[in-house]
Design a protein around this ligand. Structure first.
Ligand code: PGA
Length: 253
């Protein structure tokens, strides 16, 4: 059965003290997760180790890196490799976030290399895709995201593809307060699943978690997560507020 996941994406926010306080508040809440539910905190690199220790092996809670480099090692000052992330016991890594694509010129091909490196180290890539506003206005978003999957994921074999988590994040909904409606999210998630099914078959497509991202909040998480093809969320702004994120985790039910 595919996992339901509430993934926080802190981006470049929170000092270390603020971050650990936030984690304490969330861990202190009376949250019960079923076996197939996971909570993932994508935190800045320097916090990965201490926050992982703070979580202390609590089952179904994990940390994630927000990025990794597409080469294995070498003279890339300021960068972090998948080997380094894996050596700290980190089990998830966000790849291809739209902010990385936009501000750091990441291409589908580079993101494919990151996906491969993550999988080679047993790190689950949280692969982000999603269209900008102009593409949505032209009503060609379905083809646009299908190309993102094709160029970054479809070289994977049947085993490997099932180890990827996909996050659909329409760029026009990220940090804008403009959430895709539950219908829009469901429509796109069903499309993504059908694209996966046409490449890998229905059973495999049904086994892959597809998260929605873009202005998920405590108040809309229930409706979004109750859509049949929406398996949770990748959450930026609202993951920085304990009460909001707790509500979002609770909406996995
Ligand atoms: P947002 O960000 O929830 O603040 O819209 C989502 C994301 O970028 O992952």
């Amino acid at each position: 059965m595919r996992k339901k996941i509430a993934a926080a994406n802190w981006k470049m926010n929170k000092t270390f003290q603020e971050g650990t306080n936030l984690i304490n508040e969330i861990l202190g809440a009376d949250i019960h997760l079923d076996n197939n539910q996971q909570v993932v905190f994508s935190v800045p690199f320097p916090y990965l180790m201490p926050i992982q220790e703070q979580i202390g092996g609590r089952s179904n809670f994990f940390v994630a890196a927000q990025n990794c480099h597409h080469k294995t090692s070498g003279a890339f000052t300021g960068e972090t490799s998948v080997d380094m992330i894996a050596s700290m016991g980190v089990q998830f890594c966000v790849v291809g976030h739209s902010e990385r694509r936009e501000y750091f010129a990441e291409s589908n091909a580079t993101i494919a290399e990151k996906v491969n490196l993550c999988l080679s180290k047993n790190i689950t890539p949280i692969f982000c895709c999603g269209e900008p506003l102009a593409i949505r206005e032209d009503e060609i978003q379905n083809d646009f995201v299908a190309v993102q999957l094709d160029e970054s994921l479809f070289h994977l074999d049947q085993d490997a593809i099932q180890k990827v988590v996909i996050a659909y994040e329409p760029i026009w909904a990220i940090g804008t307060g403009k959430t895709a409606s539950a219908d829009q999210a469901q429509e796109m998630h069903a499309h993504l699943r059908s694209v996966l099914a046409s490449k890998y078959g229905k059973d495999i497509a049904n086994n892959i978690s597809i998260l929605y991202g873009g202005s998920v909040k405590g108040s809309n998480a229930n409706e979004l997560f109750s859509q049949p093809d929406v398996d949770g969320g990748l959450v930026g702004g609202a993951s920085l507020v304990a009460s909001e994120f707790i509500q979002i985790i609770t909406a996995l039910k």
